[in-house]
Design a protein around this ligand. Structure first.
Ligand SMILES: [Zn+2]
Length: 237
């Protein structure tokens, strides 16, 4: 795994006592160099960027709070920058088409190191879209969460667990998993992006996708309730 050090000054100290408990995955529709320029313009950052060819750029020390997540919530955590390490992955389609295997290889290596170092629970390996469902679509429906989980960098569900869950209310189940459900359509869509990409629509227009993160009238498709229950079983423990 090739790592290039590139300094970005957009970070601050983590609050005293704030432990790293989450790994937040992003994507951006630029090469790593292009993304670094965008971050400089916006005075934002992330700890790492993984380029289209799998090269890793390290921008901010993990000890510092990088500015990647913005307003965000997950499993009782608020404002996840303080609790997380952030990784951006270059994806010109903004995660609507497959990621390159070299990128996934680097991502898995890097993620496993971070997860092991901070003892991050697998259920806290999250998408930006999971923690900011009304605002963010990344890393997109093509992101291979199941594969990552198989490689020891995240959680996945076992459908046979669905029968063990008596709760049937979509909002309650999403809350058990960790979503902020203040906007149920957004939370439902973010869940599908992560766990049931076949239930939602590919958007090939990056600009449109950024402006239209989820259909505001989206209703969780009832035929997929068993998957929602199985995930709630896994994440609710
Ligand atoms: Zn993001």
């Amino acid at each position: 795994m090739k790592i290039i050090r590139e300094f970005l000054p957009y970070f601050d100290e983590r609050p005293i006592g704030a432990k790293v408990k989450a790994l937040v995955l992003h994507c951006s529709a630029h090469s790593a160099r292009g993304m670094i320029e965008v971050l400089r313009e916006r005075e934002l950052s992330s700890h790492y960027i993984i380029d289209l060819d799998g090269t890793v750029f390290k921008l901010v020390s993990e000890k510092k709070r990088a500015w990647h997540a913005g307003q965000s919530k997950w499993r009782g955590m608020n404002m996840l920058n303080q609790y997380s390490v952030g990784i951006e992955i270059s994806s010109l389609s903004l995660g609507q088409t497959e990621y390159a295997s070299a990128q996934l290889e680097s991502l898995i290596k890097l993620s496993r190191q971070i997860i092991r170092h901070y003892q991050i629970p697998m259920v806290n390996v999250v998408a930006h879209s999971d923690i900011a469902p009304t605002r963010k679509p990344d890393p997109g429906l093509a992101f291979p969460w199941q594969y990552l989980a198989q490689k020891g960098a995240g959680a996945w569900y076992d459908l046979s667990d669905a029968a063990k869950v008596t709760e049937n209310d979509v909002m309650t189940l999403l809350q058990i998993i960790g979503y902020d459900v203040i906007d149920l359509a957004a939370a439902s869509y973010a869940f599908c992006r992560h766990f049931i990409p076949q239930a939602i629509t590919v958007d090939n227009d990056v600009n449109h996708l950024v402006e239209n993160v989820y259909p505001t009238d989206f209703v969780f498709p009832p035929e997929y309730l068993p998957i929602l229950k199985a995930v709630a079983y896994k994440y609710g423990k």
